[in-house]
Design a protein. Sequence first.
Length: 589
Amino acid sequence: MLDSLTICIQDLRFNQIQATVNHDSKIDYLELNPGGSKLLFRDKRRQLHLYNIKEQKKQTLLNYCKFVSWVPTSDVVVAQNRNNLCVWYSIEEADKVTMYQIKGDVETIERSEGKTEVLVDDGANTVSYNLDEALIEFGAALEYNGLARAVQILEPLELTPETEANWKTVAKMAIEQQNLFVAERCYAALGNIAKADYLRKINKLVAQEGINNFRVQAKLAVLDKQFHKAEAILIQHDEIEEAMAMYQELHRWDESIKIAEKKNHPDVREFKENYFQWLLETNQEAKAAEVKEREGDYNTAIGLYLKGGLPAKAANVVSSFNVGVPQDQLEKISAQLIASGMHEKAGDFFEKMNILDRAMDSFVRGHAFRKAVDLARRAFPGHVVTLEEEWGDWLVSQKQLDLSIEHYVQAGIFNKAIEAALNARKWSRAVALVAGQPPEIARPYYKQIAKHYAEVRQLDLAEKYYVNAGEFVEAFEMYVRANKWDQAYQVISRYLPESEYTLLYVQEARKFEAEGDYKNAERMYLAANEPDLAINIYRKAKQYDHMIRLVTKFRKDLLKDTHQHLAQQLDVEGNLKQAEHHYIEGGAW
């Protein structure tokens, strides 16, 4: 530790610094594995990290760690994460962790006499958890004792997902180290007979020629799927036939033929014919067609593409090379394109063949309206308007309403353009479109626009469009609901005669009364110059204070009689105290 945040790893044999690890939290634990290739460390936030010295790479193993340690003389990590015991049998694959539920705290790890135990103190007793010794030994063998020891450990074990993964790991390392006997044994254990047999043949060759023989190296390149590397090795040693045979065994005839052509092989024509026949026999018409297309035999290629169900490639050959094709062949290409639903491709094909009416039909059927409109402008100008409308309809069906607007405008179908703009909530565009329409067409749209602006509380705009729609009452009711009484009065008095808007006030007042909103009902009745109706609200609701308030203000000549009537009513109802009050106010001492 250079300081509480910095780890320095130094090779004391050569006095060389291997790595410097900077961390953002104080480190309270660190430990190297036995081989000195990996470092575990934990910080004050209880996060556990692994640092690979060779790769200079850090990764987090746990976000919370109470205990951590390497298993003695192994690369197995044991850590506690709250109530879980976490074991990494292969720290190379840090995402593969084996977990056990435990109670208590891990105290230590004991390893002796072929047995590894994790001791856990649960508060009352010490409980031991046995780890898988075979997996521990396997990891140590791979790291320190060599592949042969790893194989010895795996051989007596059953083939499980874990041991299968271990066999694959050993096989990969054996190939990398060119330990081909171990690799052969691994693939045999995995049941991969083909690879095991291939390696057995290589091992026989190694016994005769040595591991560095070019044929051995070429076969190893093939095993690693580096075919061009194998080809280069063989050609470098003038083994042309062997390089070709390698590709032929892999059924990569085209690669084999490329070598024959490059080296001017005398039998190259025969190879091509054999390859072509093999493609036909194995029903690879598309591949056979590509061969003929490269050779310039375009009519044969077209026929094979059609047989292989690839009409688009057949059409490409016709259009790319200006091939003179019989009419019946052209019909087959177009029929297959249409039957395959490739209408746009069929349209391109017909257009290049200058069959413009069929090209137009195909573009429309394939919803390729841009190409259809471009073609119409050049060849069928009378169809442009209809196509623009169809294009708009198609976009609407695809829920692309905003894109459809301009196509309807181009077609002069303004009602569809306006409806698309409204449904797409493009309000400004809708207003611009509606403004150019006659009043009888525009009114319903203005009303819809006004409702939108009323909903978003842009009341001045809503009023404007309600007025444009001739919906003066809607504008009035909007202001009433928003308690904008002055604006409500202004709009209704500006556009309706007094007799009409007075009646409207009464209607609104009755709505408020029915809802129990007596205050606004009173306001409406008084605005309509109907104080008696306002007084009657409170009489029916038995809100006598408000009733007397309005009588005092608007019917003062009836005030004494009103008090007396109220007193008698309350007297009958048994409300004597209130009755007394109104008797006195009415002068009935």
